[in-house]
Design a protein around this ligand. Structure first.
Ligand code: CP3
Length: 345
Protein backbone atom coordinates (compact mmCIF):
# COMPACT_ATOMS: atom_id res chain seq x y z
CA UNK A 1 0.00 0.00 0.00
CA UNK A 2 1.29 3.40 -0.97
CA UNK A 3 1.15 6.08 1.71
CA UNK A 4 0.28 9.54 0.51
CA UNK A 5 1.24 12.86 2.06
CA UNK A 6 -2.42 13.72 1.59
CA UNK A 7 -4.75 10.72 1.51
CA UNK A 8 -7.96 12.42 2.63
CA UNK A 9 -9.62 11.71 -0.74
CA UNK A 10 -9.03 7.94 -0.41
CA UNK A 11 -10.03 7.88 3.25
CA UNK A 12 -13.33 9.58 2.48
CA UNK A 13 -14.04 7.21 -0.42
CA UNK A 14 -13.44 4.27 1.90
CA UNK A 15 -15.83 5.64 4.51
CA UNK A 16 -13.14 6.41 7.10
CA UNK A 17 -13.39 9.36 9.46
CA UNK A 18 -11.74 12.51 8.14
CA UNK A 19 -11.15 15.90 9.69
CA UNK A 20 -12.62 17.78 6.69
CA UNK A 21 -14.17 17.14 3.27
CA UNK A 22 -11.76 16.39 0.39
CA UNK A 23 -12.05 18.59 -2.71
CA UNK A 24 -11.14 18.47 -6.40
CA UNK A 25 -12.81 19.75 -9.59
CA UNK A 26 -13.94 17.99 -12.71
CA UNK A 27 -11.96 19.51 -15.63
CA UNK A 28 -9.45 21.01 -13.21
CA UNK A 29 -6.67 20.13 -15.67
CA UNK A 30 -7.49 22.51 -18.47
CA UNK A 31 -8.21 25.91 -19.84
CA UNK A 32 -8.92 27.77 -16.59
CA UNK A 33 -5.18 27.80 -15.87
CA UNK A 34 -2.90 30.17 -17.80
CA UNK A 35 -0.17 27.59 -17.14
CA UNK A 36 -2.24 25.02 -19.09
CA UNK A 37 -2.85 27.43 -21.95
CA UNK A 38 0.89 28.13 -22.14
CA UNK A 39 1.71 24.43 -22.57
CA UNK A 40 -1.18 23.98 -25.01
CA UNK A 41 -0.28 26.99 -27.20
CA UNK A 42 3.13 25.55 -28.07
CA UNK A 43 1.44 22.52 -29.66
CA UNK A 44 -0.59 21.71 -32.77
CA UNK A 45 -3.69 21.09 -30.66
CA UNK A 46 -5.47 19.26 -27.88
CA UNK A 47 -4.68 15.80 -29.25
CA UNK A 48 -0.96 16.41 -29.29
CA UNK A 49 -1.14 17.29 -25.59
CA UNK A 50 -3.18 14.17 -24.80
CA UNK A 51 -0.71 12.03 -26.75
CA UNK A 52 2.52 13.46 -25.26
CA UNK A 53 2.94 11.75 -21.86
CA UNK A 54 5.44 14.23 -20.33
CA UNK A 55 3.19 17.21 -21.14
CA UNK A 56 -0.02 15.40 -20.17
CA UNK A 57 1.66 14.66 -16.81
CA UNK A 58 2.69 18.30 -16.45
CA UNK A 59 -0.85 19.66 -16.91
CA UNK A 60 -2.26 16.90 -14.67
CA UNK A 61 -0.06 18.11 -11.80
CA UNK A 62 -0.65 21.86 -12.35
CA UNK A 63 -3.93 21.99 -10.36
CA UNK A 64 -2.29 20.15 -7.45
CA UNK A 65 0.48 22.76 -7.27
CA UNK A 66 -1.55 25.84 -8.18
CA UNK A 67 -5.01 25.16 -6.76
CA UNK A 68 -4.25 22.80 -3.88
CA UNK A 69 -6.75 20.06 -4.76
CA UNK A 70 -6.75 16.75 -2.86
CA UNK A 71 -6.57 14.55 -5.98
CA UNK A 72 -5.15 14.72 -9.50
CA UNK A 73 -7.07 13.46 -12.54
CA UNK A 74 -5.08 12.25 -15.53
CA UNK A 75 -5.18 14.66 -18.45
CA UNK A 76 -6.78 12.76 -21.32
CA UNK A 77 -10.24 12.46 -22.88
CA UNK A 78 -13.04 9.91 -22.98
CA UNK A 79 -12.81 9.94 -26.80
CA UNK A 80 -9.53 8.03 -26.86
CA UNK A 81 -11.63 4.85 -26.48
CA UNK A 82 -13.71 5.14 -29.69
CA UNK A 83 -10.49 6.06 -31.48
CA UNK A 84 -8.73 2.96 -30.14
CA UNK A 85 -11.69 0.86 -31.32
CA UNK A 86 -11.36 2.19 -34.88
CA UNK A 87 -13.05 5.59 -35.07
CA UNK A 88 -10.49 8.42 -35.04
CA UNK A 89 -11.65 11.80 -33.70
CA UNK A 90 -10.61 15.38 -34.25
CA UNK A 91 -10.99 18.09 -31.64
CA UNK A 92 -12.08 21.14 -33.60
CA UNK A 93 -11.25 24.49 -32.05
CA UNK A 94 -14.33 26.25 -30.57
CA UNK A 95 -16.58 23.46 -31.85
CA UNK A 96 -15.64 20.25 -30.09
CA UNK A 97 -15.19 16.64 -31.15
CA UNK A 98 -15.77 15.38 -34.69
CA UNK A 99 -15.64 11.81 -36.07
CA UNK A 100 -15.16 11.12 -39.76
CA UNK A 101 -16.73 7.65 -39.44
CA UNK A 102 -19.73 6.67 -37.36
CA UNK A 103 -21.64 3.45 -36.58
CA UNK A 104 -25.30 3.51 -37.62
CA UNK A 105 -25.92 0.08 -39.15
CA UNK A 106 -24.90 -3.54 -38.68
CA UNK A 107 -22.54 -3.19 -41.68
CA UNK A 108 -20.77 -0.34 -39.88
CA UNK A 109 -19.77 -2.77 -37.10
CA UNK A 110 -16.87 -3.83 -39.32
CA UNK A 111 -15.33 -0.40 -38.60
CA UNK A 112 -14.80 -1.18 -34.91
CA UNK A 113 -13.29 -3.93 -32.81
CA UNK A 114 -13.05 -4.80 -29.14
CA UNK A 115 -10.19 -7.24 -29.79
CA UNK A 116 -7.56 -4.54 -29.47
CA UNK A 117 -4.25 -4.39 -27.66
CA UNK A 118 -4.68 -1.60 -25.08
CA UNK A 119 -0.93 -1.11 -24.64
CA UNK A 120 -0.55 -0.69 -28.40
CA UNK A 121 -3.50 1.70 -28.95
CA UNK A 122 -3.61 3.59 -25.64
CA UNK A 123 -0.04 3.21 -24.41
CA UNK A 124 0.32 7.02 -24.38
CA UNK A 125 -2.31 7.32 -21.61
CA UNK A 126 -0.66 4.55 -19.60
CA UNK A 127 2.72 6.23 -19.99
CA UNK A 128 1.23 9.58 -18.93
CA UNK A 129 -0.10 7.89 -15.78
CA UNK A 130 3.32 6.40 -15.00
CA UNK A 131 5.11 9.74 -15.48
CA UNK A 132 2.45 11.55 -13.40
CA UNK A 133 2.76 9.06 -10.54
CA UNK A 134 6.51 9.47 -10.51
CA UNK A 135 6.34 13.27 -10.54
CA UNK A 136 3.51 13.48 -8.02
CA UNK A 137 5.79 11.52 -5.71
CA UNK A 138 2.86 10.39 -3.52
CA UNK A 139 1.62 13.89 -2.73
CA UNK A 140 -2.00 13.06 -3.64
CA UNK A 141 -3.77 10.10 -5.29
CA UNK A 142 -4.38 9.99 -9.06
CA UNK A 143 -7.79 9.44 -10.65
CA UNK A 144 -8.00 7.50 -13.92
CA UNK A 145 -11.18 7.64 -15.99
CA UNK A 146 -13.22 6.51 -18.97
CA UNK A 147 -16.54 7.42 -20.52
CA UNK A 148 -19.49 5.18 -19.68
CA UNK A 149 -20.59 2.95 -22.59
CA UNK A 150 -23.78 4.96 -23.25
CA UNK A 151 -21.88 8.27 -23.50
CA UNK A 152 -19.22 6.74 -25.78
CA UNK A 153 -22.04 5.22 -27.88
CA UNK A 154 -23.46 8.75 -28.27
CA UNK A 155 -20.23 10.01 -29.88
CA UNK A 156 -19.64 6.85 -31.97
CA UNK A 157 -23.11 7.03 -33.53
CA UNK A 158 -23.76 10.76 -33.66
CA UNK A 159 -20.17 11.60 -34.70
CA UNK A 160 -20.14 14.95 -32.94
CA UNK A 161 -21.63 16.79 -29.98
CA UNK A 162 -25.39 17.40 -29.96
CA UNK A 163 -28.08 18.85 -27.73
CA UNK A 164 -30.45 15.91 -28.22
CA UNK A 165 -28.24 13.06 -29.51
CA UNK A 166 -31.30 12.02 -31.48
CA UNK A 167 -29.24 9.98 -33.96
CA UNK A 168 -27.84 7.99 -31.05
CA UNK A 169 -31.26 7.62 -29.37
CA UNK A 170 -32.88 6.65 -32.67
CA UNK A 171 -30.74 3.49 -32.70
CA UNK A 172 -31.93 2.51 -29.21
CA UNK A 173 -35.54 2.54 -30.41
CA UNK A 174 -35.14 1.36 -34.02
CA UNK A 175 -32.20 -1.10 -33.79
CA UNK A 176 -31.90 -2.17 -30.14
CA UNK A 177 -29.90 -5.31 -31.02
CA UNK A 178 -27.32 -3.22 -32.83
CA UNK A 179 -27.19 -0.83 -29.84
CA UNK A 180 -26.48 -3.73 -27.48
CA UNK A 181 -23.74 -5.08 -29.76
CA UNK A 182 -21.99 -1.69 -29.80
CA UNK A 183 -22.44 -1.15 -26.05
CA UNK A 184 -21.11 -4.63 -25.32
CA UNK A 185 -17.94 -3.97 -27.32
CA UNK A 186 -17.40 -0.58 -25.69
CA UNK A 187 -17.83 -2.19 -22.26
CA UNK A 188 -15.25 -4.91 -23.04
CA UNK A 189 -12.67 -2.33 -24.11
CA UNK A 190 -13.46 0.02 -21.20
CA UNK A 191 -12.90 -2.72 -18.63
CA UNK A 192 -9.53 -3.64 -20.17
CA UNK A 193 -8.59 0.03 -20.44
CA UNK A 194 -9.47 0.87 -16.82
CA UNK A 195 -7.56 -2.19 -15.60
CA UNK A 196 -4.55 -1.03 -17.61
CA UNK A 197 -4.82 2.45 -16.06
CA UNK A 198 -4.90 0.85 -12.61
CA UNK A 199 -1.86 -1.30 -13.43
CA UNK A 200 -0.08 1.88 -14.55
CA UNK A 201 -0.87 3.56 -11.21
CA UNK A 202 -4.42 5.01 -11.10
CA UNK A 203 -5.62 4.94 -7.46
CA UNK A 204 -9.32 5.47 -8.20
CA UNK A 205 -11.26 5.33 -11.49
CA UNK A 206 -14.21 7.49 -12.46
CA UNK A 207 -16.76 6.56 -15.11
CA UNK A 208 -18.31 9.62 -16.79
CA UNK A 209 -21.85 9.14 -18.12
CA UNK A 210 -22.26 12.70 -19.35
CA UNK A 211 -25.37 12.00 -21.44
CA UNK A 212 -27.32 9.85 -18.96
CA UNK A 213 -29.76 12.72 -18.49
CA UNK A 214 -31.24 12.49 -21.99
CA UNK A 215 -32.66 8.99 -21.50
CA UNK A 216 -35.85 7.85 -19.78
CA UNK A 217 -35.61 5.68 -16.64
CA UNK A 218 -36.34 2.47 -18.55
CA UNK A 219 -34.00 3.19 -21.49
CA UNK A 220 -31.20 4.21 -19.13
CA UNK A 221 -31.70 1.02 -17.18
CA UNK A 222 -31.53 -1.10 -20.34
CA UNK A 223 -28.78 0.73 -22.26
CA UNK A 224 -26.95 2.65 -19.53
CA UNK A 225 -26.82 1.18 -16.05
CA UNK A 226 -26.63 -2.38 -17.35
CA UNK A 227 -23.17 -1.74 -18.83
CA UNK A 228 -21.92 0.53 -16.03
CA UNK A 229 -22.84 -2.32 -13.67
CA UNK A 230 -20.63 -4.70 -15.65
CA UNK A 231 -17.72 -2.27 -15.37
CA UNK A 232 -18.23 -1.85 -11.61
CA UNK A 233 -18.36 -5.60 -11.12
CA UNK A 234 -15.18 -6.12 -13.13
CA UNK A 235 -13.10 -3.49 -11.32
CA UNK A 236 -12.14 -4.71 -7.86
CA UNK A 237 -8.58 -3.41 -7.67
CA UNK A 238 -9.40 0.20 -6.69
CA UNK A 239 -12.49 2.24 -5.74
CA UNK A 240 -14.84 3.24 -8.55
CA UNK A 241 -16.80 6.50 -8.90
CA UNK A 242 -19.82 6.69 -11.19
CA UNK A 243 -20.97 10.12 -12.38
CA UNK A 244 -24.17 9.90 -14.41
CA UNK A 245 -24.96 13.52 -15.22
CA UNK A 246 -28.66 14.33 -15.20
CA UNK A 247 -29.67 10.88 -13.97
CA UNK A 248 -31.62 12.14 -10.95
CA UNK A 249 -34.33 9.67 -11.96
CA UNK A 250 -31.89 6.73 -11.70
CA UNK A 251 -30.39 7.43 -8.26
CA UNK A 252 -32.04 4.40 -6.65
CA UNK A 253 -30.76 2.11 -9.37
CA UNK A 254 -27.29 3.69 -9.28
CA UNK A 255 -27.19 3.02 -5.52
CA UNK A 256 -27.21 -0.72 -6.30
CA UNK A 257 -23.96 -0.52 -8.31
CA UNK A 258 -20.82 -2.13 -6.93
CA UNK A 259 -19.05 1.23 -6.66
CA UNK A 260 -17.85 3.32 -3.70
CA UNK A 261 -18.76 6.82 -4.89
CA UNK A 262 -21.64 8.37 -6.82
CA UNK A 263 -21.29 11.77 -8.44
CA UNK A 264 -24.25 14.11 -8.32
CA UNK A 265 -24.89 17.24 -10.38
CA UNK A 266 -26.44 20.50 -9.18
CA UNK A 267 -29.98 19.48 -10.18
CA UNK A 268 -29.95 16.93 -7.39
CA UNK A 269 -30.56 17.96 -3.80
CA UNK A 270 -27.87 16.61 -1.45
CA UNK A 271 -30.15 15.50 1.37
CA UNK A 272 -32.70 13.96 -0.99
CA UNK A 273 -29.87 12.16 -2.82
CA UNK A 274 -28.59 10.81 0.48
CA UNK A 275 -32.05 9.50 1.38
CA UNK A 276 -32.44 7.82 -2.01
CA UNK A 277 -28.90 6.45 -2.28
CA UNK A 278 -28.48 5.42 1.38
CA UNK A 279 -25.48 5.56 3.70
CA UNK A 280 -23.24 3.00 2.01
CA UNK A 281 -21.85 5.28 -0.70
CA UNK A 282 -19.67 8.36 -0.73
CA UNK A 283 -21.33 11.17 -2.69
CA UNK A 284 -19.37 13.63 -4.84
CA UNK A 285 -20.42 17.07 -6.05
CA UNK A 286 -22.34 19.31 -6.62
CA UNK A 287 -21.80 23.08 -6.68
CA UNK A 288 -23.17 24.70 -9.84
CA UNK A 289 -20.03 25.72 -11.79
CA UNK A 290 -21.74 29.07 -12.49
CA UNK A 291 -21.52 29.96 -8.78
CA UNK A 292 -17.82 30.55 -9.53
CA UNK A 293 -18.79 33.54 -11.70
CA UNK A 294 -20.02 35.41 -8.62
CA UNK A 295 -18.02 37.47 -6.10
CA UNK A 296 -15.84 35.90 -3.40
CA UNK A 297 -18.43 36.38 -0.63
CA UNK A 298 -21.18 34.72 -2.64
CA UNK A 299 -18.90 31.82 -3.52
CA UNK A 300 -17.99 31.38 0.13
CA UNK A 301 -21.64 31.53 1.21
CA UNK A 302 -22.79 28.99 -1.40
CA UNK A 303 -19.88 26.69 -0.59
CA UNK A 304 -20.65 26.82 3.15
CA UNK A 305 -24.31 26.00 2.47
CA UNK A 306 -23.17 23.04 0.41
CA UNK A 307 -20.80 21.83 3.17
CA UNK A 308 -23.54 22.18 5.78
CA UNK A 309 -25.82 20.03 3.65
CA UNK A 310 -23.17 17.26 3.72
CA UNK A 311 -23.58 17.09 7.55
CA UNK A 312 -20.97 14.67 8.83
CA UNK A 313 -21.64 12.12 6.11
CA UNK A 314 -19.39 10.66 3.41
CA UNK A 315 -18.92 13.41 0.84
CA UNK A 316 -16.30 14.73 -1.58
CA UNK A 317 -16.69 18.40 -2.51
CA UNK A 318 -16.66 19.05 -6.25
CA UNK A 319 -18.68 20.92 -8.83
CA UNK A 320 -21.82 19.41 -10.35
CA UNK A 321 -20.03 19.20 -13.74
CA UNK A 322 -16.73 20.38 -15.21
CA UNK A 323 -15.45 23.86 -14.39
CA UNK A 324 -16.13 26.29 -17.27
CA UNK A 325 -13.04 27.49 -19.16
CA UNK A 326 -13.69 31.21 -18.51
CA UNK A 327 -13.68 30.81 -14.71
CA UNK A 328 -11.15 32.91 -12.76
CA UNK A 329 -8.68 30.53 -11.02
CA UNK A 330 -8.82 32.80 -7.94
CA UNK A 331 -12.55 32.01 -7.66
CA UNK A 332 -11.75 28.32 -7.92
CA UNK A 333 -9.22 28.75 -5.12
CA UNK A 334 -11.88 30.48 -3.02
CA UNK A 335 -14.11 27.39 -3.37
CA UNK A 336 -11.24 25.02 -2.52
CA UNK A 337 -10.05 27.06 0.46
CA UNK A 338 -13.57 27.38 1.87
CA UNK A 339 -13.91 23.59 1.75
CA UNK A 340 -10.53 23.08 3.41
CA UNK A 341 -11.31 25.54 6.22
CA UNK A 342 -14.52 23.73 7.21
CA UNK A 343 -14.01 20.99 9.78
CA UNK A 344 -16.25 17.99 10.22
CA UNK A 345 -17.37 17.45 13.78
O1 CP3 B 1 -11.08 16.59 -15.69
C1 CP3 B 1 -9.91 16.83 -16.07
O2 CP3 B 1 -9.30 17.85 -15.75
C2 CP3 B 1 -9.19 15.77 -16.90
C3 CP3 B 1 -9.31 15.90 -18.30
C4 CP3 B 1 -10.61 15.63 -19.04
C5 CP3 B 1 -10.85 16.19 -20.32
N1 CP3 B 1 -11.99 15.66 -20.82
C6 CP3 B 1 -9.97 17.16 -20.99
C7 CP3 B 1 -10.51 18.02 -22.05
C8 CP3 B 1 -11.69 14.79 -18.74
C9 CP3 B 1 -12.00 13.99 -17.49
C10 CP3 B 1 -12.56 14.82 -19.88
C11 CP3 B 1 -13.79 14.02 -19.99
C12 CP3 B 1 -14.72 14.26 -21.09
N2 CP3 B 1 -14.44 14.56 -22.40
C13 CP3 B 1 -16.13 14.11 -20.98
C14 CP3 B 1 -16.86 13.65 -19.73
C15 CP3 B 1 -17.00 14.72 -18.72
C16 CP3 B 1 -17.92 15.83 -19.12
O3 CP3 B 1 -17.44 16.95 -19.26
O4 CP3 B 1 -19.13 15.56 -19.28
C17 CP3 B 1 -16.69 14.40 -22.23
C18 CP3 B 1 -18.16 14.38 -22.59
C19 CP3 B 1 -15.61 14.68 -23.14
C20 CP3 B 1 -15.69 14.98 -24.59
C21 CP3 B 1 -15.13 16.30 -24.93
N3 CP3 B 1 -13.80 16.67 -24.80
C22 CP3 B 1 -15.83 17.42 -25.46
C23 CP3 B 1 -17.32 17.45 -25.75
C24 CP3 B 1 -14.90 18.45 -25.63
C25 CP3 B 1 -15.14 19.80 -26.27
C26 CP3 B 1 -15.79 20.74 -25.35
C27 CP3 B 1 -14.79 21.40 -24.48
O5 CP3 B 1 -14.90 21.25 -23.24
O6 CP3 B 1 -13.91 22.06 -25.02
C28 CP3 B 1 -13.64 17.97 -25.17
C29 CP3 B 1 -12.38 18.73 -25.14
C30 CP3 B 1 -11.56 18.73 -23.91
N4 CP3 B 1 -11.35 17.65 -23.08
C31 CP3 B 1 -10.83 19.85 -23.40
C32 CP3 B 1 -10.17 19.40 -22.24
C33 CP3 B 1 -9.24 20.18 -21.36
C34 CP3 B 1 -10.73 21.22 -24.04
C35 CP3 B 1 -9.81 21.17 -25.21
C36 CP3 B 1 -8.76 22.23 -25.28
O7 CP3 B 1 -7.93 22.42 -24.39
O8 CP3 B 1 -8.74 22.84 -26.34
Amino acid sequence: MTTYQNDIFLRMINGEKTERFPVWLMRQAGRILPEYRAVRSSLSGFKELVETPDLAAEVTIQPVDILGVDAAIIFSDILVVPEAMGLPYQMIEKKGPWFENTIRSTEDLSKISDQIDIEDRLGYVLEAIKVTKKELNNRVPLIGFAGAPWTIFCYMTEGEGSKTFSKAKRILYSQPDLAHKILDQITNVTIKYLKAQIAAGADVVQVFDSWAGILSPSTYSEFGTKYVRRICEAINEVPVTVFAKGAYYARKELSTLDCQTIGIDWNMDIEESRRIIGMEKTLQGNLDPCVLYSDFNTIEKNTKNLLNSFGNRRHIANLGHGVYPDTDPEKVKCFIETVKAHSIN
